[in-house]
Design a protein around this ligand. Structure first.
Ligand code: NAD
Length: 336
């Protein structure tokens, strides 16, 4: 099947070409993001594959449909960037990679927590400059601290397990309890009760209308003074301006982000020679107690192998007129 690949980075191409030896699709690689201007590049391709910051709203879908595309294959688990209702009405098959490596994201969450707490990122620079002073690098023992996990699905459960391994008390908030977490000793609490108890809060729920700005001025006022907030899920779970205020007044003691609500204009590109116009993002970078990575939590060899093989497998299932369980149907509209 002819497949247009949008947002292609060199690593996407390498892993897709490797996986395609098994599937033999005809892949056209486009470095550009999918948007209303670039959608015409997909003309004549029955399948289009996209990543998290591609624009899959109705006007773009219309252009894709006019060009003959029928299958939208997401190289991600999250689908908040797709107007699913419009896509289904237009007759698209939309499929995704429901799980490629929850371990990759969970391990990055722990890496952020440990680096930020023990100031590894600052220590690295200091030592390279011959500055061996410890002042400003003081951390805390994770052992004995309370960690609040919001969303105990595939990723959140692994994060909870890891923090339990450090000897933490682990609290959780989810609309659905995970019995495996409960068996391990995770205590479920309503969010307003979890926040004041938690020294570290880590977000692992999807972005939906209910979870948008889940962390806002009001919820931050409930948080424990000096708590650490980690977001490796989706940027808009956090109201960034409220978080800047909370960092300024000390309510938040530390912030680690792998995702940012306006990341679409920044992440995955080399902007080191550009003027960055996002003042809120630039303000975040000025805090000594903020650590940001550019949506790399998923970025392991194993995850890329799974993403590419599943995406091409999803397209093959579509080509055969079959379903393989990775399609987004009407029932997913309720959680969008
Ligand atoms: P999952 O579906 O297995 O788990 C999500 C959990 O969130 C579920 O237990 C669900 O019940 C819970 N949830 C849903 N709505 C909620 C609400 N309103 N309040 C509290 N909990 C709620 O998903 P997962 O595989 O663990 O992934 C979690 C998120 O991680 C994804 O939605 C995605 O946004 C993000 N993610 C980020 C990266 C990255 O590279 N940074 C990579 C993959 C996934």
């Amino acid at each position: 099947m002819k497949v247009a690949v949008f947002s292609t980075k060199p690593y996407d191409r390498r892993f897709l070409e490797e996986a395609n030896q098994q599937y033999s699709h005809d892949l056209s690689f486009f470095e550009t993001r999918l948007n209303v201007e670039t959608a015409r590049l997909a003309e004549g391709h029955e399948a289009v594959t996209v990543f998290v910051n591609d624009d899959c709203r109705e006007p773009v879908l219309k252009v894709l449909k006019e060009g003959g595309t029928r299958c939208l294959a997401l190289r991600s688990a999250g689908f908040n960037h797709v107007d699913l209702s419009a896509a289904l009405k237009m007759g698209f098959t939309v499929n995704r990679v429901p799980a490629y490596s929850p371990h990759a994201v969970a391990e990055h969450t722990l890496a952020l927590c440990l680096s930020l707490n023990r100031q590894i990122h600052r220590a690295f620079n200091r030592v390279r400059e011959g500055n061996f002073a410890l002042d400003g690098l003081l951390g805390f023992d994770l052992h004995g601290k309370t960690v609040g996990i919001i969303g105990t699905g595939k990723i959140g459960a692994i994060v909870a397990h890891a923090f339990l391994g450090f000897g933490c008390r682990v609290l959780a908030y989810d609309i659905q309890r995970n019995p495996d977490c409960e068996k391990e000793g995770v205590e479920y609490l309503p969010l307003p009760e979890l926040l004041p108890e938690s020294d570290v809060v880590s977000l692992h729920c999807p972005l939906t209308p209910e979870t948008r700005h889940l962390i806002n001025r009001e919820s931050l006022n409930r948080a424990k003074m000096g708590a650490m907030l980690i977001n490796t899920s989706r940027g808009a779970l956090v109201e960034t301006k409220a978080v800047v205020e909370a960092l300024k007044n000390g309510r938040l003691g530390a912030l680690a982000l792998d995702v940012y609500e306006e990341e679409g204009d920044l992440f995955f590109e080399d902007l080191s020679n550009e003027v960055i116009h996002d003042d809120v993002f630039m303000r975040l970078l000025t805090f000594p107690n903020v650590l940001i990575t550019g949506h790399q939590a998923f970025f392991t060899r194993e995850a890329l192998q799974n993403i590419t093989a599943t995406t091409l497998g999803n397209i093959s299932a579509f080509a055969r007129g079959e379903t393989n369980g990775n399609e987004l149907s009407e029932e997913f509209l309720a959680i969008q």
